[in-house]
Ligand binder design. Sequence first.
Ligand SMILES: [Zn+2]
Ligand SMILES: [Zn+2]
Ligand SMILES: [Zn+2]
Ligand SMILES: [Zn+2]
Ligand SMILES: [Zn+2]
Ligand SMILES: [Zn+2]
Length: 352
Amino acid sequence: MKRFVKLIVIIIPLLLSAQDKTCAGCGEPVAEGQYLKIGTKFFHPEHFTCNHCGQPIKGKYFELKGRFYDETCYFNHVLPPCAWCNKPLDDRVISFEGKLYHQDCYRKHVALRCAACDGLIESTYFEDFWGNKYHQEHLKNGYKCVYCSRLISEKVTGGGVEYGDGRHVCNLCRKGAIDTEQQAAFLLDRVKELLWEENIRISLETIPVYLVDRPKMQELLGQRSGRETGFTRNRTTFRNGFVSNREFDIFILNGMPEIHFISTVAHELMHVWLHLNASDKMDRRLIEGSCNYASELILKHFADPEKEIILHGLRSEEDPVYGTGYRVVRAWAGKHGRKVWLDYLKEHLSLP
Ligand SMILES: [Zn+2]
Ligand SMILES: [Zn+2]
Ligand SMILES: [Zn+2]
Ligand SMILES: [Zn+2]
Ligand SMILES: [Zn+2]
Ligand SMILES: [Zn+2]
């Protein structure tokens, strides 16, 4: 990271025997008595000169690449100016990432600062999705928001809350969180309309949506390795061996920020579309990959910058079903078009 540059050596005139010693300036023997010893070299005091102005150096000297300078020349002509304020440096230079700064300029403007406490970061730190950096120590008794990854702190998020099911959610995310089934039903309709525009058409009049906490969601998911944010229950009625009626219930994790709710409900509505239009025997990678792709299509309709963390999550998902499935579907639909993708889903069971 940063380091202080040691530049200063004070000349200490040495009163030693000068036998057999020659001046590195003129090559003549130095006289018995006072002379200068710089490293392993000896100088007549008048021959120890500044490489810039040629005058004998009195007081502090500075060495750079084997050459010597007096203080004035060194800071005004040899060193570049401070990379922050552009004024000549002084003898307390700080070097950081290849640039030189005044100590004050560095501390006030350049040094890494913690987004939560504004203190200098001089050792380990962590970074959230948005590039804010924080002292590592804050995690000892603090939490990252499960939705936006920011450190829950007064300065960054205005605090936050812990849900009954253990989720830590910052107040930025709390502000637009979906807590009521009226909000949920309204947004589900909105997403259904947007899917319709994308040719993903679900004609069912009503699809009930329920908000549940984490334990309830885990209970619904059972042994499935699902994302624990949403679940679609399919209630199929058979008559004489044929499907006579299909009904669906959608369960979404409560208290999620609006954009996370939207992304999840788009995914679940795509499940509904698949139940209505495709085979139940479809490969899970094609199912979940397509549902994640539907999420992405819907997120495009929203300007909320917080969606970036969701898109990033989709793209970097490592799970072979949700991640690989999504990437294959996305690339394929991108190449052949949305309509070909939807037709493909109606007729095939596995990834293209
Ligand atoms: Zn000399
Ligand atoms: Zn000089
Ligand atoms: Zn400066
Ligand atoms: Zn801090
Ligand atoms: Zn948050
Ligand atoms: Zn799914």
